[in-house]
Design a protein around this ligand. Structure first.
Ligand code: FAD
Ligand code: AMP
Length: 474
């Protein structure tokens, strides 16, 4: 069998893998990128970020047309929806973007292989597609194999009625009653999609809170807003099993009555794809969670084998994977590059959105860090009023001694876009005072960041003064 030689062979064509392949090509390496799917773009593009945001946007437009236009004086007749058209729009977006990724790879002269990639000892990778196998020689190998939905013992996934996010992105009918297992961001985003279209959605969560890992105060506030929108939450409810019985899905929980429904969405996290990769042939090790062990330079325990993205430690987010991709390749090429894990933002694309960067209050308390807190509610924002969307607030946490911004948490309309300013500020080591001095255009939602930063030092303009000062007494 002839063996093609490359400077770099990347296994996985997601936002980790394809970004790494392009950056390596830009730096003059000969590159091959392997993915088992015909469409490049990975989970993110095929069954993750992009299709979920497409459905979230379409269903939010529907909700708005039904409930929010009247207050603007816009009267529409009866509003209905076409699920097939929503799904087709989603497919179209995915296809267009996937073609874009393929074109970029072609323009960068990256050899794309479709098939299952597997390590075959140092410097060698096989690509298997059906009964065809190709062998690639690699100066260096990058593993960017991503992740898949975590399963729960007792939950019998049937790829249809009891499924994961992949199925919930493609339902061809609105479920009458949908049970979502897990109140993480995937469960809440897809729960919102189907709730907006009329499904009764019940979210079961083992912990006493929603959105674990996010700032508790804002997560509680978000839960109340989602409840007003119709989502039902059963917290401290541990699911034991889910199966199809006599044509119905039945979900059994510890210490509670079983719940009948017509669909179940299992959303209890994601696990790294590190199985069937030939890791032992090079000596690359995984940790107890099944994630590839890497050092600061992204090298695994095997020489010249690197790993990034969802298959290694850290948040399972597309932009984290892409940032690691660039840092890894630039390091390989001898540049100085690293990822600042303290400033990776996270966004929940519900309505309103919940976006965060840096530490939560709970994390600061646990670490014993002294901090000050500044808050600003969107109720007091002129722009939020004109948009008709005043739910939520901005919260800024700053070090008491240095005033450095340690965390920013936003619940509100377009919070996912607003958080970019906070991430930039933190990247440059800004203080709350620095952020308060930024001149924000009026009227914008971003002004609320400036006000929350000023509130860290009780200097926000558009909030009521403390009782004592208002009464003029000392
Ligand atoms: P992946 O995107 O998983 O790509 C890995 C690729 O490698 C896949 O195409 C896989 O098929 C392929 N592969 C694996 N093993 C092999 C092999 N042996 N041979 C060949 N090919 C292989 N993140 C965000 O940042 N924002 C969001 O809004 C967001 N929304 C999400 C919504 C949903 C419903 C889901 C499921 C995920 C979402 N994510 C989101 C997470 C995001 O999709 C992942 O963090 C991201 O895709 C990780 O990128 P990656 O390149 O590491 O892996
Ligand atoms: P994430 O990891 O952000 O996708 O969130 C997954 C959520 O599922 C977490 O909030 C977990 O607490 C929750 N979870 C895990 N196991 C169970 C279970 N058996 N029953 C209900 N919720 C669970």
């Amino acid at each position: 069998m002839t063996r093609r030689e490359y400077d770099l062979v990347v296994i996985g064509g997601g936002p980790g893998g394809y970004v790494a392949a392009i950056r390596a090509a830009q730096l003059g390496m000969s590159v091959a990128c392997i993915d088992q799917h015909a469409r490049l773009g990975g989970t993110c593009l095929r069954v993750g970020c992009i299709p979920s945001k497409s459905l979230l946007e379409s269903t939010e437009r529907y909700r708005e047309a039904r409930h929010a236009l009247r207050e603007h004086g816009v009267l529409v007749g009866e509003v209905s929806f076409d699920l097939t058209a929503m799904q087709q729009r989603k497919e179209q977006i995915v296809e267009t973007l996937a073609k874009g990724v393929a074109a970029l790879c072609q323009q960068h002269q990256i050899a794309v292989y479709q098939g299952h990639g597997r390590l075959q000892g140092p410097g060698q990778v096989s690509v298997q597609q059906g009964d065809q196998t190709a062998l690639l020689g690699a100066g260096r190998i990058l593993l960017a194999t991503g992740s898949r939905p975590a399963t729960l013992p007792g939950v019998e996934l049937d790829g249809d009625r009891i499924g994961t996010s992949t199925e919930a992105l493609a339902y061809d009918q609105v479920p009458r009653r949908l049970v979502v297992i897990g109140a993480g961001y995937i469960g809440l985003e897809l729960g919102s999609v189907w709730s907006r279209l009329g499904a009764e959605v019940i979210v079961l969560e083992a912990l006493p809170r929603v959105l674990p890992g996010t700032d508790l105060e804002l997560a509680k506030l978000a839960q109340r807003v989602f409840e007003k929108q119709g989502l039902q939450f059963r917290l401290e409810t541990r699911v034991q099993s889910a199966r199809v019985q006599d044509g119905q899905c039945v979900v059994a929980c510890e210490g509670a009555e079983p719940i009948e429904c017509d669909r179940v969405l299992l959303a209890v996290g994601r696990v790294a794809n590190t199985q069937d990769l030939g890791l032992a042939s090079v000596g690359a090790e995984v940790d107890a969670r099944g994630e590839l062990v890497i050092g600061e330079d992204f090298q695994t325990t095997a020489a010249q084998v690197y790993a990034i993205g969802d298959c290694v430690r850290g948040p399972k987010l597309a932009h984290k994977a892409s940032h690691e991709a660039v840092a890894c390749i630039e390091t390989l090429a001898g540049h100085r590059a690293q990822v600042n894990y303290d400033t990776i933002p996270g966004v929940v694309y519900t309505h309103p959105e919940l976006a965060s960067v840096g530490k939560t209050e709970e994390q600061l308390k646990e670490a014993g860090v002294e901090y000050r807190k500044g808050m600003f509610p969107f109720l007091a924002s002129g722009r939020a009023r004109t948009l008709g969307d005043t739910e939520g607030r901005v919260k800024i946490l700053a070090d008491t001694i240095t005033d450095r911004v340690l965390g920013v948490h936003i619940l509100g309309l377009r919070a996912g876009d607003l958080i970019a300013e906070a991430a930039a500020a933190m990247e440059f080591g800004a203080s709350a005072e620095d952020l308060a001095h930024v001149c924000h255009a009026h009227p914008t939602l971003a002004e609320s960041l400036g006000e929350a930063a000023a509130a860290v030092h009780q200097r926000a303009i558009h909030v009521a003064p403390p009782q004592r000062a208002r009464a003029g007494k000392s």
